[in-house]
Design a protein around this ligand. Sequence first.
Ligand code: GDP
Ligand code: IMO
Ligand code: MG
Length: 465
Amino acid sequence: MPTTAPTATPALDHAAEAAERLLSPGHAAIVGLQWGDEGKGQTVDLLTPHFQAIARFNGGNNAGHSVHVGSEKFALHLLPSGITHPGVLCVIGNGVVVDPSPETGLLKEIQTLADRGITVDADKLQISNRAHVVMPYHRVEDGLYEALAKAGKSEITAGAIGTTGRGIGRAYADKAHRSTAIRMGDLLVPDRLHDQLRPILQIKNALLQALADLAGVDYTPFELDTLLAKAADWADALRPMIGDTTAALTDIELNKGRVLFEGANAALLDVDHGTYPYVTSSTTSALGAATGTGLAPRHLHNVLGVAKAYTSRVGGGPHPTELLDDTGEHIRTTGNEFGTTTGRPRRVGWLDLTAVKYSAQLNGCTALVLTGLSVLAGLPELKLAVAYEHDGQRLDTFPADAFVLEQATPIYQTLPGFPTGTGDATTFADLPDAAKAYVQAVEDFVGIPIKLVCVGPKRSQALPR
Ligand code: GDP
Ligand code: IMO
Ligand code: MG
């Protein structure tokens, strides 16, 4: 099998250079190095023509990955960001939690693409039968924890974490719990599903009613027949796509095909290594690519970490470099920093290099992509956090304790700003010297080469370096 798919889109010709700089032979993972929304979708889209399969390995529709194709913008949540390309297999791996529904989940996303002329069928998309299902009661559970937080009944609940409300953490909790879990493969066996769901619903209705009572809100119990009918509809629509994706990816690998693992969320939201408990519930770093797809990391030779030239965060949790002033407002507006999934305004701030260096090392990054550079254009000076001060002590590394990070003050290095118009650059060489110096300062601190610099979300705004 050739290592380059035969269907490379002409509009992506310039991306061949990016691929040459970013990739050595073997599989690749693209992961976020901050708190999400670094622009992972853009790099996945750009590199897709060089892979036979694009596999999501974690998260669910808490993710929102924007892909710009010509004048069109696609917001993808569960579908891998290579989905607009012909001739590449998109995979939703076993590590993902899938809300299948046409109201809020995968079937809605598939229909949205169909309305825009992109057919998603079994040749295009395979969903792991081992992936867990986000059921409607998981979303309700997220909402109830939020209501509890609002009622002041709990310090650290979904409300304080500021979840996306998509039921993600609740579905992963049931996966670990086992006896209350449903997997995509279960949807295809109605009798078994009936026997699983009956006791699960008894438990869920009792628990959710108790949560609702505690929060002082109403709760309408889920009915078995209604839920089974919905599940039967999901199964009818998705049946040809649900299968053993571990076997499918293994076949691709055995035929010397290349797999691109698309990370959702980001390293600082990793359930083990992020700013716990202000994290999501999956392994968001490249460490999860293997468990989340079933492909051993033997051929994962490229780990591309995506960082934005500033920081954004949605939801609760520490954000030492957060800007609550006019500069922050400027960055939010210029960068269009509003959630792709929830529309929430993102909490923006200066680039935190200590955090990015930690994430890059955690992921084992072989190269970095720096996005959002043009958003900083026009600011008189730029700040980079190079350490923290906590309790009178200097911290040169990222603390494991989020509550320490919460009380930490950044120590900044200041660089000169650069003029507006950087978004129009068509090569890295075109950029003003001060913008190049900013990129160099990031590379020097993190110690990993920055091979792609994005001055906007379009394909043509990704500049190889
Ligand atoms: P993802 O979740 O990592 O795929 O990123 P999103 O698409 O959710 O969010 C990226 C955010 O960064 C959007 O708000 C963009 O407007 C903003 N942004 C600013 N500059 C750039 C850039 O150069 N490239 C990309 N891809 N996004 C940028
Ligand atoms: P992409 O892939 C930004 C955040 C939520 C919340 C926390 C837990 O687009 O970068 P959850 O619903 O997962 O239980 O919420 O994690 N979060 C993200 N923030 N981008 C994302 O994904 C995110 N996925 C989860 O805002 O703070
Ligand atoms: Mg996003």
